[in-house]
Ligand binder design. Structure first.
Ligand SMILES: Nc1ncnc2c1ncn2[C@@H]1O[C@H](COP(=O)(O)OP(=O)(O)OP(=O)(O)O)[C@@H](O)[C@H]1O
Length: 249
């Protein structure tokens, strides 16, 4: 069967953004296929969050284009609202609501009918393994559960693209592993772009990794098992400005 929508799910075409008079992201081009998981790596200040905010539709680039399914995101905001789910660096949770109420509220805000919202909430509570805490106020949950609720809110309206800003930040090793499994389980159903500082995390759940440094794409490659050490060395060389600029392999 021919693909009815041949454009990649996401295309960044030389996007740039200045913040406080300095280039936070410069001429970044990247593509993401449907169902693919891409990890954005980079040291603090490399430009990961700024890139993800532009992809999520909450910070317009001042140069270049973000295209979702071939259409300019900022000229088609409604398409972005339906097609993108976003977990920012700080999960936007309401401390006094239970996960079930909160997710229902998010689903309705995205325009789902009451019946569709109930079905979607049930699906995400199951997928994100939130059953045991679904009625507890979000403010009382551990960071691991809160992050999983954050992912559930990004998924509840069934977006084709999911944007996750450091989903495993601040989690203990057990919760981190659960988070990796959850992200890996999204592959195929959703295109996912996530940021992380951790190569091991990216290796565990990503199909490809992109390394940003000083707002520019410095390396892009497919993830293969057992290459952590080589990638670590590469990452350190990029972070120390020893690797020449370029998009890599
Ligand atoms: N709201 C802002 N106002 C001014 N400068 C900003 C703002 N947000 C980010 N920056 C700057 O833009 C650059 C990129 O920041 P960004 O947060 O995108 O990096 P990051 O790779 O996500 O870093 P971290 O891993 O620390 O979250 C940095 O120099 C940062 O100081």
């Amino acid at each position: 069967m021919t693909d009815p929508s041949p454009a990649p799910l996401l295309q960044l075409d030389r996007i740039s953004r200045r913040l406080a008079g300095r280039a936070a992201v410069e001429e970044l081009s990247l593509e993401l296929a449907r169902g693919e998981v891409l990890g954005l790596l980079g040291i603090n200040g490399a430009g990961k969050s700024t890139t993800l905010r532009m992809i999520a539709g909450v910070l317009a680039p001042d140069g270049g284009q973000v295209r979702l399914d071939g259409a300019d995101l900022y000229e088609n905001p409604e398409r972005g609202r339906r097609g993108i789910g976003y977990l920012p660096e700080r999960a936007p949770l309401h401390a006094e609501l239970g996960a079930d109420e909160f997710l229902y509220f998010c689903a309705r805000l995205h325009g789902l009918s009451a019946a569709a919202a109930r079905t979607a909430v049930k699906r995400e509570i199951e997928r994100c393994d939130l059953g045991e805490v679904a009625r507890r106020p979000l403010g009382q949950l551990s960071k691991g559960f809160q992050q999983r609720v954050g992912i559930a809110q990004a998924l509840v309206h069934g977006p084709a693209l999911v944007v996750l800003d450091e989903p495993a930040s601040g989690l203990d090793p057990v919760q981190s592993l659960r988070m990796r499994d959850l992200i890996a389980s999204l592959r195929g159903d959703h295109g996912v772009i996530l940021s992380t500082h951790l190569l091991a995390e990216a290796e565990a759940c990503c199909d490809r990794i992109a390394v940003l440094h000083r707002g520019r794409l410095r390396h892009l490659e497919a993830v293969h098992k057992g290459e952590t050490e080589r990638l670590e060395q590469l990452f350190l060389r990029i972070a120390a400005d020893l690797e020449p600029a370029g998009a890599g392999a």
